[in-house]
Design a binder for this molecule. Structure first.
Ligand SMILES: N[C@@H](CCC(=O)N[C@@H](CS)C(=O)NCC(=O)O)C(=O)O
Length: 217
C-alpha cells in the first residue's frame, strides 16, 4: 500500500494514525503541496490535486475520510468506529466537521507561522493570523467545547475517526504556535491534552519530528 503525501500534512497524518492503530504497513511518498500536486502524474492519483492519495493494488483513492473508511472496512480489527449506529454517525460527522471547519483555522496557523517563514523564507501575514485567532477559531472551538467529553473520546468509548481528525488538526496548529485557551475552552483543552498522550498519536508525532527539525533547521 502506498500513501502519497508528506507526513506533516494534517490530512495525511489522519491516515498515518489510523495505520498505526491498525498495524498496517505502508510505503510513504512524501510529496508536498505545491506544483507537484498539479502535475499529470499526480492528477492521475487524485484529480483534485490534493494529498493524501492512497494506492492499494489497482485501487487509487483520495480524501482522508474516504481513505479511513476504506482502511476500516479492509482491516476491521481494532476498529476506528464506535460500536453503535449513532456513535458511528457522530464520529463521522465530527471527522467531517474537523475537515471543513477546523482544518482552515489550523492550516492558517501552520502556513503563516511555520511553513512560510521557515520553509519558503516568506514573512508571516500577521493580520491573517490575528484575524484567524480572534474571529475564525472561536466559533469552531465553541462548538467543539460543547462536543468534548470530560473523559475519554469524542464518540463513545472508542478512539475513532472523530478523534483522529480533530487531534490531527490541532497538531498542525501547534506547529504554528497555537494552543487551545484552557480558560475559555476548558473541556476541549483537556481533551486535546488527553489525545496528544494517546499512544498512536504520540507515536505519530514522534515519527514526524525529523521533518519538523529539517524545516526549522
Ligand atoms: N478533503 C480532503 C482535503 C485534502 C487537502 O486539502 N489536502 C491539502 C494538504 S493538507 C492539499 O493537498 N492542499 C493542496 C491543494 O489543495 O492544492 C481530505 O480530507 O483529504
Amino acid at each position: 500500500m502506498k500513501l502519497h503525501g508528506v507526513e506533516i500534512s494534517p490530512n495525511v497524518r489522519k491516515v498515518i494514525i489510523a495505520c498505526i492503530v491498525k498495524g498496517i504497513d505502508y510505503e510513504l511518498n512524501p510529496i508536498i503541496p505545491g506544483p507537484a500536486l498539479k502535475e499529470p502524474e499526480f492528477l492521475k492519483l487524485n484529480p483534485l490535486g490534493q494529498i493524501p492519495a492512497l494506492e492499494d493494488g489497482d485501487l487509487t483513492i483520495g480524501d482522508s475520510n474516504i481513505i479511513l473508511q476504506y482502511l476500516e472496512e479492509k482491516h476491521p480489527e481494532t476498529s476506528i468506529l464506535p460500536a453503535t449506529l449513532e456513535g458511528r454517525a457522530r464520529s463521522r460527522w465530527l471527522a467531517e466537521y474537523a475537515g471543513s471547519a477546523l482544518f482552515p483555522c489550523c492550516g492558517t496557523m501552520f502556513r503563516e507561522v511555520f511553513v512560510n517563514p521557515n520553509f519558503f523564507k516568506q514573512p508571516t501575514n500577521q493580520k491573517a493570523v490575528d484575524e484567524n485567532i480572534s474571529e475564525k477559531f472561536p466559533p469552531v472551538l465553541d462548538y467543539l467545547e460543547t462536543q468534548s467529553p470530560r473523559d475519554g473520546f469524542l464518540s463513545g468509548d472508542t478512539f475513532s475517526v472523530a478523534d483522529i481528525s480533530v487531534i490531527s488538526m490541532f497538531i498542525t496548529a501547534s506547529y504554528g504556535g497555537y494552543e487551545v485557551d484552557a480558560s475559555r475552552w476548558p473541556k476541549l483543552a483537556a481533551y486535546v491534552e488527553r489525545m496528544l498522550a494517546y499512544p498512536a498519536v504520540s507515536q505519530c508525532i514522534e515519527r514526524e519530528q525529523e521533518m519538523i527539525r529539517m524545516i526549522t533547521g
